[in-house]
Design a protein around this ligand. Structure first.
Ligand code: ADP
Length: 528
């Protein structure tokens, strides 16, 4: 956590800034010292047409119909980056109508034609990797290197589904009667409503839109109001790649209004959502009257289980990656670190040493590994969880408070002696706090790990092949990392069980979420 005095002053100074140039507000010279060269970022984005503040409806960039806007902040400095259109029911209905119309022609293209468009989009996303990464850091806060990594990861879904578009095979089934022939066709679901969160402003969109467009669906995307700029830039590149008007729309603003419009429309045949469990449940209920297909990727409560027979270095490195990526703000972040008795003290020491080396700061500063949390509410939640744990007997090894940088920076934290009566054992922390929980036997570990309504990701660290099989088979989770803390990839299915969600994203399985199966029975086939 090495932050120089100059950087601290600069971050404090940013709050006062505001030299407006179009809708992008620039930072002061003080701020530029800390390498957050917002002016050059904005100029580059503007010249490549990537700084968009309007919604995209039917291939046109539009203001909200009542000209309302919402402000997008840089969480590292609090400064306003842009004013974007604040849309609602009317704009969403128009976006749905344009998507519905576009579906007819887009779904009738050959898979090869759709594949070419997606491939061009992928190439453009990669060609603009740096600018998109800068945009992600600007509006979401994660370190630039991690943000550029997100662009590569996000783009990989477009590349993968450009390839997979050509492999949507049906079936011919041996018939039950000799004069029949039985076929299975896979066809696109129709118009898709995609609602996405702020923690991966690009990747959460591409892993929905990639398979949707590849299969022939058209989409209305609602990005998070906290991070709409990356979504709009990606949509601009989709237009440049040849995605036709209406096949991809982006609306943002009044989330409940946009959500209601998508959910009540009989023309929208599928809702795909990544976000909180509470909102996911509401959307699922609201999808019932029109019986939409629903995919939900909701909250997790990931255990990282370190057994006595683990390689200490592998366990430390893996748990560190699983816990602290994006400052702990991912649904697959380790939320509980379960450590076996025999290795507990050694692990606590080695892990805390590793956490101590994490560097907190502005995502544009070289060397930063931990950016700010998304907003003050997120920090307050973390503070409440930590206070609750300490009041019930947990002990802070390092961290445990807001960072001296101010704003929404929080110190990377390790807490020991955490038990199952503390809030952080039960609910998603979504911040840079690692609670260490002690266990005795393998059975205890499995019981504690499964004692939650969530079931997204789990991690285990052991050198025993037999133990790893026993444990990953017993874990009630959709994803399990064995001796590995970073497991997400476009080629593997991502998704949860229990209340962590429905459906899978990525891989060949992710395509099925956007396809309907049609069975065709050809009768009277013995006639000559
Ligand atoms: P998070 O806590 O990660 O922000 P949310 O579930 O609140 O998770 O938000 C995820 C996405 O869901 C965001 O795009 C947000 O605007 C959207 N959202 C929140 N409430 C609603 C709602 N009532 N209807 C539709 N979308 C919503």
């Amino acid at each position: 956590m090495v932050i120089g005095a100059a950087a601290r002053v600069a971050i404090g100074g940013c709050r006062k800034l505001v030299s407006s140039h179009t809708s992008l507000l620039l930072v002061s010279s003080q701020c530029r010292q800390m390498s957050m060269d917002a002016q050059s970022v904005s100029e580059k984005l503007r010249s490549s047409g990537l700084l968009r503040t309007q919604g995209l409806i039917g291939g046109k960039w539009l203001d909200s119909y009542d000209n309302k806007t919402i402000k997008v902040n840089n969480p590292a400095t609090g400064e306003i980056i842009a004013d974007v259109a604040c849309m609602g029911t009317k704009e969403t209905n128009d976006a749905i109508a344009s998507s519905y119309e576009a579906f007819t022609s887009w779904s009738r293209l050959t898979a090869g034609e759709r594949s070419k468009v997606l491939r061009r989009w992928y190439d453009l996303l990669i060609a603009h990797k740096e600018e998109l990464g800068q945009l992600i850091t600007l509006e979401q806060g994660k370190p630039l290197k991690e943000a550029i990594g997100e662009v590569a990861y996000g783009a990989s879904f477009i590349e993968y589904y450009a390839e997979e578009a050509k492999r949507v095979y049906g079936d011919i089934i041996p018939p039950n009667l000799s004069d029949r022939r039985l076929l299975v066709l896979k066809q696109p679901v129709g118009v898709v409503g995609a609602i996405t969160p702020w923690n991966f402003p690009l990747a959460m969109i591409t892993r929905k839109v990639g398979p949707a467009l590849a299969s022939g669906c058209t989409v209305v995307v609602k990005p998070s109001e906290l991070t709409p700029l990356t979504a709009l830039a990606a949509a601009e590149l989709a237009l440049q790649a040849g995605v036709p008007p209406g096949a991809l729309n982006v609306v943002m603003g009044n989330a409940p209004e946009i959500g209601d419009a998508l959910l009540t429309s009989p023309q929208v045949r599928k809702i795909t959502f990544t976000g909180s469990t509470a909102v996911g449940k509401k959307l699922m209920a609201a999808a019932a009257p029109t019986v939409k297909k629903v995919s939900l990727e909701l909250g997790g409560n990931a255990p990282s289980i370190v057994f006595d027979d683990a390689d200490l270095d592998v366990a430390v490195k893996g748990t560190l990656a699983a816990k602290f990526r994006n400052s702990g703000q991912t649904c697959v972040c380790a939320n509980r670190v379960l450590v076996q008795d025999g290795i507990y003290d050694k692990f606590a020491e080695a892990f805390s040493e590793a956490v101590q080396k994490l560097e907190v700061g502005d995502g544009f500063r070289d060397g930063t590994t931990q950016g700010p949390l998304i907003n003050d509410a997120a920090v307050q939640k973390v503070e409440t969880f930590v206070q609750d744990a300490v009041s019930k007997g947990a002990k802070i090894i390092i961290g445990g408070k807001r960072h001296s940088l101010g704003m929404t920076f929080y110190e990377p934290t390790v807490i020991r002696d955490v038990s199952d009566n503390m809030i952080m054992s039960k609910e998603e922390i979504f911040g840079p706090v690692a609670p260490l929980i002690r266990f005795k036997t393998e059975e205890d570990a499995i019981r504690i790990a499964n004692d939650t309504i969530a079931g997204l990701a789990a991690y285990i660290f052991t050198n025993s092949v037999q133990r790893s099989w026993r444990v990953f088979e017993a874990l009630e989770y959709g994803l399990v990392g064995v001796n590995e803390g970073l497991i997400s990839t476009e080629v593997a299915p991502f998704g949860g069980v229990k209340q962590s969600g429905l459906g899978r994203e990525g891989s060949k399985y992710g395509m099925d979420e956007y396809l309907e199966i049609k069975y065709v029975c050809l009768g009277d086939m013995n006639r000559h």
